[in-house]
Design a protein around this ligand. Structure first.
Ligand SMILES: [Zn+2]
Length: 110
């Protein structure tokens, strides 16, 4: 029964952040810390261990939401900066379509 508990932690994280922010925060953790040490996974594994010991924190949903907010606050400056760079690139492509096309076109063989 521990696997469903672990997944339920992710359900609360997901509903707290919404689809886009959950995926951004999850991907940030995966890339920066690896699977087991991504903060959303660490939280799920830590609470799973608490559950196995019969020591789940009171106000569990509120605890998960609070920790999830902290994870997002850590990830947001990095992932949102990355997104803004992509937005600038698409603005550049709209303003300078010819240059963008030349930049992005594959090299022709000589
Ligand atoms: Zn997990």
């Amino acid at each position: 029964m521990t696997m469903p508990f672990h997944e339920l932690v992710h359900v609360v994280q997901w509903s707290r952040l919404g689809v886009e922010r959950f995926l951004l925060a999850y991907g940030f953790g995966l890339i920066r810390f690896g699977y087991y040490h991504g903060p959303l996974e660490e939280m799920a594994y830590a609470l799973e261990r608490d559950f196995e010991r019969g020591a789940v924190p009171q106000e569990l949903v509120g605890v998960i939401e609070g920790r999830t907010d902290a994870v997002w606050n850590q990830a947001a400056p990095v992932v949102l900066a990355g997104r803004n760079q992509r937005l600038s690139l698409s603005r550049f492509c709209a303003r300078e379509p010819r240059k963008a096309e030349m930049t992005m076109a594959p090299r022709q063989p000589h």
